[in-house]
Ligand binder design. Structure first.
Ligand SMILES: NC(=O)c1ccc[n+]([C@@H]2O[C@H](COP(=O)([O-])OP(=O)(O)OC[C@H]3O[C@@H](n4cnc5c(N)ncnc54)[C@H](O)[C@@H]3O)[C@@H](O)[C@H]2O)c1
Length: 245
């Protein structure tokens, strides 16, 4: 079923994990995709795997100019923009009283400000098409992630941003939703943790279900981007195998 035929999409963080799986899934469902990431070779490879119509571009989403240029390049290549998937993200664990200010700032810059900058650059074009935005938050926005204060704060900010977009632009036909993944097998889950952590605290982060691959998130994103998601706006959808149920 080509639910996304004739749709043009941007996916950030497309070189790896959930972003990669999302780009591939959107392309498989018929969309033309611009894949963005800071990893030049890997993102080019993903675009190649998405098919001949797909494009890639190096873009650090924390850079306002790079975000504007990326959106302009999608418009130039595809003539329109229907879907924006903000997936790029970083995680640094630390005891909060030891978290370096530079790490706190970088998590907010990439995860939250990067999502905002991409939304801001894309909104005028998405409104023309009554398009949609799918932002990637996290279960850490819904329940405390120990040693993840900066990460959780950035992801909670994404939920607030998404809700505001949904009500601000909903009457003009634009939808904005967020997904909240948890325990998805990708490189980010290998992020080193402080050596002296209490293992009982880690236990609460374990999924009830078995951990899933990034395709489990990509399928939900594709649904939200398609007309199957036409009446879903302002949702925060948990994709964590029931961990926080
Ligand atoms: N894997 C999980 O269990 C999980 C859980 C909750 C949320 N998430 C979120 O899902 C998203 C994707 O993560 P993932 O699990 O696929 O991890 P990942 O590390 O495989 O992918 C993250 C991607 O973002 C890219 N990126 C990093 N900084 C960037 C920047 N400044 N500009 C553009 N791209 C940048 C990386 O190069 C990488 O390709 C992230 O926002 C992450 O916070 C993942």
């Amino acid at each position: 079923m080509k639910r996304l035929a004739d749709r043009a999409a941007i996916v950030t963080g497309a070189a790896s994990g959930i972003g990669r799986a999302t780009a591939l899934r959107l392309a498989d469902e018929g969309a033309t995709v611009l894949c963005l990431d800071v990893q030049a070779d890997a993102v080019a490879e993903v675009a190649n795997d998405c098919g001949t119509r797909a494009r890639s571009r190096v873009c650090d989403v924390s850079d306002p100019g790079a975000c504007r240029e990326a959106v302009a390049s999608a418009l130039e290549a595809f003539g329109r923009l229907d879907v924006l998937c903000n997936v790029a993200g970083i995680l640094r664990f630390a005891h909060t009283h030891e978290l370096a200010l530079a790490d706190w700032r970088r998590m907010l810059d990439v995860n939250l400000t990067g999502t905002f900058l991409m939304c801001q650059a894309a909104l005028p074009h998405l409104l023309e098409r009554q398009g949609c935005i799918i932002n990637t938050a996290s279960t850490s926005a819904l329940a405390g992630l120990p040693w993840g204060a900066g990460y959780g704060a950035s992801k909670a900010g994404i939920l607030g941003l998404t809700s505001a977009l949904a009500v601000e632009y909903g009457k003009r036909g634009l939808r904005a939703n967020a997904v909240c993944p948890g325990s998805i097998k990708t490189p980010i889950t290998k992020t080193p943790m402080p050596a002296d952590i209490d293992p009982s605290l880690v236990q609460r982060l374990m999924p009830l279900d078995t951990p899933r691959g990034p395709e489990a998130v990509a399928g939900v994103v594709a649904m939200l981007a398609s007309s199957d998601g036409a009446h879903i706006n302002g949702e925060h959808i948990r994709i964590d195998g029931g961990t926080l149920a």
